[in-house]
Design a protein around this ligand. Structure first.
Ligand code: EZ4
Ligand code: CO
Length: 401
């Protein structure tokens, strides 16, 4: 099965996506997601200008060798652009291998370890009561696990809150500016979860994303304050370039910790996993070098009872979601999968076999990862530049968004 051609498709059906399509001499096609929110064209160029010329003519079955060729062979290792590009190639090759075998991808990954993947949805509101309503909505839809984010008194444009039904992180035009106040947030967050537990009890899992905003000692304080509310996880409490920060947080709280949506390599996560400083690793198929590399991360994590909780916001395309569900249903230490439903137009451009039912998702039984692209429809929605916002403290200091 030789690679005959590979193409990069950039489109904007409700938001921007970068998709790699690999074609074989036997006429099979495989898809990989290469979307890097706000930096899409860098990955598109990396693929088009530097990777595709090296792929043509290779045996599409040689997934591991091609991975190593692109990683070691580039000399320049790691980084979100490189790893998203390699991840797209890897995902497309797994798709092809499974299609050529006539099997759903999870069968090639060892078969099913569970019936379906538990997912968590995003409840958001401008204030506590609106967030309560959103949680209630999610419970009605059957979600077993719900992430709750709320507007914070005195903070304009808090993370995770949108006027629209679904929160979409990127905005058209140049980066928007938001204001952050740790003091206001730390005062508010425990009250939100106390209210949610008071209203809904402990039947459902509650999750929360701090989005890299706190210092280690502040994160420790928040984790401690949230203990009576028994969160499923507290996500990204501090920026994780400093893995040591988690030693300090861990000394003070038993609130479970989830980290890794911005990681792209097993080396970013190694100390956190081996030192048992986290409970969930959130790396995605798209940003962490594809299924091959994510399986290695999961295998390392399994040794320490760290479970997976893959990033699954709308900037990961349906191709990523399909691949993530095959990975999730097969891997022994699956924890949970993030689920932010895509816009109807995105789903139309990427027809897929995966399904959602009462809080669980299943990858479906189609050969490959089960996600395709309608290129004709995609061509009607050309790339439209968009950026993630930035955050500043009230005095203007630039902060982590
Ligand atoms: O900010 O996907 O857990 N989810 C998140 C997301 C990320 C975006 C970045 O592109 O943190 O909202
Ligand atoms: Co997050």
């Amino acid at each position: 099965m030789k690679i005959r051609a590979a193409r990069v498709i950039v489109c904007c059906p409700a938001r921007n996506f970068v998709t790699l399509k690999i074609e074989t001499d036997e006429g099979l096609t495989g898809l990989g997601d290469a979307t890097l929110n706000g930096r899409e064209l860098a990955v598109a160029s990396y693929l088009k200008d530097h990777v595709v010329p090296c792929l043509v003519g290779r045996d599409a079955h040689q997934i591991e060798d091609i991975w190593q060729y692109l990683y070691k062979g580039a000399y320049w290792r790691r980084g979100p652009v490189t790893m998203a590009a390699i991840g797209a190639v890897d995902t497309a090759l797994w798709d092809l291998k499974a299609k050529s075998a006539g099997l759903p991808l999870y069968q090639l990954l060892g078969g099913k370890s569970r019936a379906a993947c538990m997912v968590y949805g995003h409840a958001q509101g401008r204030d506590v009561e609106e967030t309560c309503d959103a949680v209630s909505d999610h419970i009605e839809q059957g979600y077993r696990a719900i992430r709750a984010q709320s507007g914070i008194p005195g903070i304009e444009k808090a993370y995770g809150i949108a006027g629209a039904k679904f929160y979409e992180p990127a905005e058209k035009g140049l980066p928007g500016e938001t204001v952050w106040s740790t003091e206001r947030y730390l005062d508010f967050a425990p009250k939100l979860f106390e209210r949610l537990r008071q209203k809904f009890g402990f039947e459902h899992h509650l999750l929360h994303d701090v989005h890299h905003r706190l210092t280690p000692i502040e994160a420790a304080r928040l984790g401690k304050a949230l203990e009576p509310c028994r969160l499923f996880w507290m996500e990204d409490p501090t920026p994780a370039e400093n893995q040591d920060a988690f030693r300090l947080i861990r000394r003070h709280t038993v609130t479970p910790l989830a980290v890794g949506e911005v990681f792209n390599s097993i080396h970013d996560a190694r100390d956190l996993i081996e030192s048992q400083l986290i409970d969930y690793i959130r790396m995605s198929v798209t940003h962490a070098g594809g299924i091959s590399h994510l399986r290695k991360v999961a295998a390392l994590a399994e040794l320490y009872q760290v479970r997976t909780g893959c990033h699954g916001a709308t900037d990961l395309s349906p191709v990523c979601m399909g691949a993530a569900l095959h990975f999730g249903i097969s891997v022994s230490n699956f924890g949970i999968q993030e689920h932010m439903p895509h816009a109807p137009l995105t789903d139309e451009v990427f027809p897929h076999a995966y399904t959602f039912k009462r809080g669980f998702m299943h990858p479906g039984e189609a050969p490959g990862h089960g996600v395709e692209i309608d290129e004709e429809l995609a061509a009607k929605y050309p790339y439209d530049p968009a950026y993630l916002p930035v955050a500043r403290l009230e005095d203007g200091t630039l902060w982590s968004w």
